[in-house]
Ligand binder design. Structure first.
Ligand SMILES: [Zn+2]
Length: 500
């Protein structure tokens, strides 16, 4: 009887303390985050005055200044040294060559029409052609390519996916260049990715990290893709192997572009765990505005993509500034996501603390939502923090779902992958979407993605879920990691030296 009573009390105490604990996290999150203030961040960042926060624009710097000011207000400290909250991200813009032509036999190609230049230099000359079916790197090493223009199909035998053409193309270029060829011309006619789209994608001003590739125009090499519908040029070359081609090409124009990541930190409370960092990231850039429009809305405000995400990390900054968790937390507002994850790549190469000290990244990004009962977490099941992501979303009355469009490979398309590729477990929190339907496409990268079109009751729960999930992960007893067999598990083992 006595024993029984003791047990009874014990059970009551245990469940009571569990209850108090569970309540505390949720209550603490509600008490420390002002969701009206979270919403106000969206209204500011997505305002017309910021003109769509294009990377390299003057307006995105106003957004950076605003984010840094919020960090200061919330008691979040700078980690990047003398420059305060700012991390300079050196970029360069490259413009397509002003001239580009190729003539061979009866065939002519012109830049912007049926020719794009992947790499360009000033060449105006005629050279003998070496025609190969695919010009694989080993062939280019074997054959005498010196002083020749190599012409071959893009891709390789049996490969139909144009995405893979790009990486192959780099290897071919390297081999052709190293062995003394003048130029590499690849013939393209994939319908999986139509030429017109390829042209739009490649024949425009592009931004990239400065000094991040070892190939420059000083290499004196031309790398062209030309459109060859129906393999007509290919057939001609097969019949006329001993011809010469004339190239007229100018180099790409490059200009330096200034861009900035905004970074803040809250130190953890646990004497041991504070040496581990949780990284909360959201990109704050968007795609700017259309020029040449009259009267109509021309600004891509990027409320969903990704003012919401920035508002969420600022909500976490507000909460953790008041009441820090056990682990330290870094807040990162990234630039250049829309231009190819540039800010996050730069951060991953130039982290303000050693990368292996960053044990988790909870990125937040999204193109929109079509279900306000849900939170979509891309990579939900891929880390050992899964249960905390799920419980945090449940605790605010929402339903977590994993990546609803696996075929889109979203995990590898936002800033989280810059960290995942280094080995850091890194899912992405997104507003509830169940498929890429009309409701999503109505706003995704459209001028309609504005602050007034959002559901703020839903967003309040969304912000609180994110902050609570981040807090629970920052307080986890064991260090979170990839689940077994994940694509990035081995990178993680290497980063954290778990194989030793
Ligand atoms: Zn985005």
């Amino acid at each position: 009887m006595i024993k029984y009573r003791k047990y009874g009390i014990l059970i009551i105490l245990t469940s009571f303390s569990g209850f108090v604990q569970a309540q505390t996290d949720v209550d603490l999150t509600k008490q420390t985050v002002d969701t009206n203030e979270s919403a106000s961040h969206i209204w500011f960042l997505a305002s017309d005055e910021l003109k769509g926060r294009d990377t390299g624009s003057p307006e995105i710097d106003i957004a950076a200044s605003y984010i840094a000011a919020q960090f200061r207000k919330y008691g979040v400290l700078p980690v990047t040294g003398d420059s305060g909250y700012y991390q300079a991200v050196p970029l360069e813009a490259t413009k397509p060559p002003s001239q580009g032509t190729l003539h061979a036999g009866d065939f002519s190609f012109t830049i912007g029409e049926n020719l794009v230049a992947l790499q360009a230099t000033n060449i105006t000359a005629e050279h003998p052609v070496l025609f190969l079916e695919f010009a694989m790197p080993e062939e280019l090493t074997r054959e005498n390519v010196k002083g020749k223009i190599i012409i071959a199909k893009a891709g390789k035998s049996g490969e139909r996916n144009p995405r893979s053409f790009f990486s192959l193309s780099r290897d071919k270029r390297k081999a052709a260049k190293e062995n003394g060829a003048v130029a590499l011309v690849e013939l393209y006619n994939s319908t999986a990715f139509p030429w017109s789209m390829l042209l739009n994608f490649l024949n425009r001003e592009q931004l990239r990290l400065a000094g991040n590739d070892n190939e420059t125009d000083q290499d004196n090499f031309g790398h062209l893709w030309v459109y060859d519908p129906g393999n007509a040029f290919y057939a001609y070359l097969s019949d006329n192997k001993k011809i010469a081609a004339r190239i007229g090409l100018t180099s790409k124009e490059r200009t330096a572009v200034k861009a900035t990541n905004v970074i803040g930190m809250v130190e953890g409370t646990d004497p041991e765990l504070k040496n581990e960092y949780i990284l909360l990231s959201a990109h704050y850039d968007h795609i700017g505005y259309k020029t040449g429009t009259h009267g109509e809305d021309s600004i891509y405000n990027g409320a969903r993509d990704n003012a919401i995400g920035v508002a969420a990390i600022l909500s976490a900054a507000q909460g953790f500034g008041k009441y820090p968790p056990k682990r330290s937390v870094i807040f990162l507002a990234c630039t250049g996501e829309e231009k190819g994850l540039l800010g996050s790549k730069w951060f991953a190469e130039n982290p303000p603390v050693a990368l292996h000290k960053i044990v988790y990244n909870l990125n937040i990004d999204g193109g929109g939502y079509n279900d306000v009962t849900k939170v979509s977490i891309v990579g939900l099941h891929r880390t050992t923090a899964e249960k905390h992501l799920i419980s945090a979303v449940h605790d605010f009355g929402l339903e977590p779902i994993a990546d609803p469009a696996p075929e889109q490979n979203l995990f590898d398309r936002s800033d989280n992958v810059s960290f995942a590729a280094k080995g850091i477990p890194a899912p992405t929190f997104s507003t509830g979407f169940t498929s890429f339907d009309e409701e999503i496409m109505k706003y995704y990268h459209q001028v309609t993605d504005e602050a007034e079109s959002l559901d703020y009751d839903y967003l309040a729960k969304y912000f609180l879920s994110y902050v609570l999930a981040a807090r629970r992960i920052a307080n986890m007893e064991e260090t979170p990691f990839w689940t077994k067999g994940d694509k990035y598990e081995e990178a993680g083992r290497k980063l954290y030296e778990l194989n030793k």
